[in-house]
Design a binder for this molecule. Structure first.
Ligand code: ATP
Length: 278
C-alpha cells in the first residue's frame, strides 16, 4: 500500500464522518449496512448502490467483551435503535446488513452476532472476520492490520491481499484507561472520558507510553518471521494522538494510521454487504 492508497481510505472515512452528520437521502435504489459490534462501541455504516457512504450512527455500549456478545438483548436493542434512527434520516427501510467477528472467534459467537443482526430486523448477507473487513478499505497487499480495540490488540498478517495469520492478545484501550485513572487519581469512567478527549492526548501520551510500548512488543512478537511492508492501525485506541509514532519507533516498521481508525472496520463490513441473504 502506498500513501495514495491511504488517501483513498482517508477519503471514504472522511465521507463517512460527513454523512454521519448529514445523511444523503434519496440517492439509491438499494442500501447496504455494515454492523460492527465492538467491546466499547456499536457502529452502523450505510452505503448506497455504488458503495459510497450515505449515513452512519454509533453508540458507546457495554454489550460485547473481547468479541463475545455478553448482553444479547442490549445488543439487539441498540442495533434496532440505530437502524430506526438511520431509517428516519434516510426515509427508507434498511434491509440488508453484513457483520464481522473478531479473528479467531469460534462459530458459537458468530452465531450470536448473526442473531443480533437478524434480531434487529436485518437480513444478514455476509459475515466475515474483522481484518478482512478492514482490508476492504485499506487494500493492503503485504502488511499487518493492527486492530487496537478495548480489551485486546489483534494483529493480522496480510500476504497478497489475503489474511494469512491472526493473533489477538490482551492489552488495549481498557489498560490505557486503567493507567490514566491511576495516574490522575480519577475513577475509571472519568478516565475513559478523559482519555477519549483529543485535547488531552498530547499530555496523556507520555503517561501512556509504557503501555503503548507493550502493545508494540506484542506486535513485534506476532509478526516475527514475516516480511512486513507496513503496519496499518485501526480500532478506537488507534485514535490516540501519537500512538503511531511510538509503535513505529519501537517496531522499526513504517506505521500508517488512517484518518479516524475507528471507522475503517465498519466501512469495510458495509462494503462486504450484498443483497444475497445468507
Ligand atoms: P475489541 O477490539 O477489544 O473487541 P472494540 O472493537 O470495541 O474492542 P474499538 O471500538 O475499536 O474496540 O475501541 C474501543 C477503545 O477505543 C476503547 O478503549 C476506547 O476508550 C478507545 N477510544 C475510542 N475513542 C478514542 C479516542 N478518541 N482516543 C483514545 N481512545 C479512544
Amino acid at each position: 500500500m502506498t500513501i495514495t492508497d491511504i488517501d483513498v481510505c482517508d477519503k471514504i472515512v472522511a465521507n463517512f464522518e460527513t454523512v454521519i452528520k448529514t445523511p444523503k437521502k434519496n440517492t439509491s435504489s438499494i442500501y447496504y449496512t455494515g454492523v460492527d459490534l465492538g467491546t466499547a462501541c456499536i457502529v452502523l455504516a450505510v452505503m448506497d448502490e455504488n458503495y459510497q457512504p450515505v449515513a452512519g450512527a454509533y453508540r458507546y455500549a457495554d454489550v460485547v467483551r473481547d468479541g463475545m456478545v455478553v448482553d444479547y438483548i442490549g445488543a439487539i436493542t441498540i442495533v434496532k435503535e440505530l437502524k430506526a434512527e438511520l431509517e428516519v434520516k434516510l426515509e427508507t427501510e434498511l434491509i440488508y446488513a453484513a457483520a464481522a467477528i473478531p479473528p479467531g472467534t469460534d462459530e458459537l459467537d458468530s452465531g450470536a452476532i448473526k442473531n443480533v443482526v437478524q434480531g434487529a430486523g436485518f437480513y444478514l448477507t455476509n459475515i466475515l472476520d474483522e481484518p478482512t473487513a478492514a482490508n476492504q478499505v485499506l487494500q493492503i497487499q503485504n502488511g499487518a492490520v493492527v486492530d487496537i480495540g478495548g480489551g485486546t490488540t489483534g494483529i493480522s498478517i496480510i500476504k497478497n491481499g489475503e489474511v494469512v495469520k491472526i493473533g489477538d492478545e490482551a492489552t488495549g484501550g481498557t489498560h490505557l484507561t486503567l493507567v490514566t485513572a491511576g495516574a490522575y487519581g480519577i475513577s475509571v469512567p472519568e478516565a475513559e472520558k478523559y482519555k477519549r478527549n483529543q485535547k488531552n492526548h498530547a499530555e496523556l501520551i507520555a503517561v501512556l507510553k509504557p503501555v503503548v510500548e507493550k502493545i508494540a512488543t506484542i506486535i513485534s512478537s506476532q509478526i516475527e518471521g514475516y516480511a512486513i511492508d507496513g503496519l496499518y492501525l485501526v480500532g478506537g485506541t488507534a485514535c490516540l494522538t501519537g500512538i503511531e509514532s511510538i509503535i513505529e519507533e519501537k517496531t522499526k516498521i513504517v506505521t500508517y494510521k488512517p484518518f479516524n481508525p475507528m471507522f475503517v472496520t465498519p466501512l469495510g463490513i458495509a462494503l462486504s454487504c450484498t443483497d444475497k441473504i445468507l
